[in-house]
Design a protein around this ligand. Sequence first.
Ligand code: URA
Ligand code: SF4
Length: 209
Amino acid sequence: MQPEEELKQIAKEVSVCTRCALHHSRKLAVPGEGPVNAQVMFIGEGPGFHENEQGRPFVGAAGKFLDELLASVNMKRSDVFIGNVVKCRPPGNRDPLPEELEACREYLERQIQAINPKVIVTLGRYSMAHFLPNAKISSVHGQAFKVRGRLVVAMYHPAAALHQQSLRSTVEQDFARLPELIQQASQAMQLEEEKPAEPRKEPKQLSLF
Ligand code: URA
Ligand code: SF4
């Protein structure tokens, strides 16, 4: 399937998904949105009140702050893909449960495969844990890690920064480093692409004999 079709297909499946209990209380599932050729994906936690009403990611207060953070580094929402680790709103904005994260995991993985971004920015600890299961946000925020061939940059959640003034400047400083990290990632990946092709090693198959 072409990446664009695959993204649409995922959104269609998500809109009627019943894989976890969150489907009982959702109004609209929020598959995420952005161009299929986005070089950067921002992954939040899960839809809140307004997202659940509109079926779109980051349209409430945290979204407004995210727009400001993007603007501060000359990025626009329309340049990037924005999604979440769980696609349906946890009631009362509670934290997503392990079984909900697990049930929804495959959708995000398929979105990443289809978009094939150079950089993934995780917003908050649940999103970070999808890629860096053992990391602590207080020690790794603002840093970049290579995970399965992509750069993963961990950020505090914009909503946390809205509620905690001290985090606000931390998030702003972490965002200020993004353009440099993205540029480094593109250069590193270009170098990899330009390396003389090595004979591809086929994965070993277990012999029956
Ligand atoms: N917070 C999130 O984590 N995701 C959204 O889409 C909105 C708020
Ligand atoms: Fe399906 Fe994910 Fe929604 Fe659960 S949160 S119902 S797994 S789309």
